[in-house]
Design a protein around this ligand. Structure first.
Ligand code: FAD
Length: 340
């Protein structure tokens, strides 16, 4: 494996931000991935597609391991398709293939950037589906015990944009096993999607509708559209306890309608709604960093800016929402060498 010095991380992140890495190694197989992490000098930063990373202008003082392992294996049993995917497989190409083959379960996750190995990390989700619904298991390298382990879905402890693998450097996802159904039909749960394709629709129609909806919101990475140069949603939707919800409602004008959903630990609010109502509409910001012109939840870097500027914008938005609504928004991407 070739080790390179001083590679700018701006070149491997969708935000196009981040200073140089002291050392960069490219791992092309699962074995190389384990070896690269095992023999790394200094702290390790795993980078897949770089679409959920906000890296400091100072860069990374340790080793960056670029995940480039490829391979997909399929086993059929009745109408079950067990699809085993190496961590470095591009996610949307995998979704496109499952749709073309007539394997249901990933179609609503069309257009999400990045690589397959990162999808369990934050239990990637969109339009009513998340990967936890179809992941049967994960093979991971456990740096704490120096062993490769097979984890069941239950052991992955999936939650809303959360899992065993988030907020820790202990695990390296080597491959993911999906259990999909051989059927051409999808039954989308998300209302905006059902309104477009109906209650039961061909997988390809659902994929096309999701891609169209996402493009309208700047949520499909497009080289020529700076409204898509982001890390996706910068904040997660906050979940409020009943006491917190009552305090939030007390700050609203009587009769104000706000979007909300029941969640396991309380009530989930829309971060986009809160940001917009706190005065940070689409396009808020300056020349180099600003709220996407297509989606209030995405903070974009338009070129020529710095991570420090992006983080300052994120702080302004977060603090403004606290001042207006008393609700603390939390960042969704991994912040590397910076804090809000
Ligand atoms: C335009 C846009 C739209 C987006 N839309 C969505 C969306 O709809 N839903 C959603 O959930 N997310 C969305 N995202 C966020 C992002 O695409 C996903 O989180 C994606 O899964 C990240 O994959 P990646 O390969 O780019 O990960 P990276 O950004 O490279 O890494 C993300 C984190 O995972 C870790 N990591 C990466 N690979 C591995 C591995 N193999 N093992 C262990 N840790 C690993 C990294 O160290 C880092 O902490 C969007 C992002 C963008 C830019």
């Amino acid at each position: 494996m070739e080790v390179r010095a001083g590679v700018p991380l701006a070149g491997v992140t969708t935000l196009r931000l981040g200073g140089p890495a002291a050392r960069t190694v490219e791992a092309r197989t699962a074995d190389e991935l384990v070896e690269a992490v095992r023999t790394a000098t200094g702290p390790v930063l795993l980078v897949g597609g770089g679409s959920n990373l906000v890296v400091a202008d100072e860069g990374w003082a340790g080793t960056v391991v670029l995940i480039r392992s490829r391979g997909i294996a399929v086993a059929a049993d009745g109408d079950l398709r067990t699809v085993t995917v190496e961590a470095g497989e591009p996610w949307d190409a995998l979704v496109a293939r499952t749709v073309a083959e007539g394997w249901a379960g990933l179609e609503c996750l069309s257009g999400i950037p990045g690589l397959t190995g990162a999808t369990p990390v934050q239990n990637v989700g969109a339009y009513g589906q998340d990967v936890a619904q179809t992941i049967a298991g994960v093979t991971a390298y456990d740096t704490a015990t120096d062993t490769v382990t097979e984890l069941t879905a239950a052991e992955c402890r999936f939650g809303y944009r959360d899992s065993l693998f988030k907020h820790t450097d202990r695990w390296v996802v080597l491959r993911v096993v999906f259990a999909l159904r051989a059927t051409d039909k999808s039954t989308p749960r998300y209302e905006e999607l059902r309104a477009r394709v109906g209650e039961v629709a061909p997988l390809a129609d659902v994929r096309d509708a999701v891609l169209a909806l996402r493009r309208g919101k700047g949520m499909v990475v497009d080289e020529v559209d700076p409204d898509t140069w982001s890390a996706g949603s910068f904040f997660t939707n906050p979940v409020l306890t009943p006491v917190e919800l009552a305090a939030f409602e007390a700050r609203l004008a009587p009769g104000t309608h706000y979007p909300s959903w029941p969640a396991e630990e309380g009530t989930k609010l829309s971060a986009a709604w809160l940001i917009e109502r706190a005065g940070f509409g689409k396009g808020f910001g300056g020349e180099t960093v600003r709220v996407s012109g297509k989606h209030t939840l995405a903070l974009t870097h338009r070129g020529g800016g710095t991570t420090a500027e992006l983080v300052a914008l994120a702080r302004t938005v977060r603090d403004g929402v606290v001042a207006r609504f008393g609700v603390a928004l939390r960042p969704e991407p991994r912040l590397v060498g910076v804090a809000l």
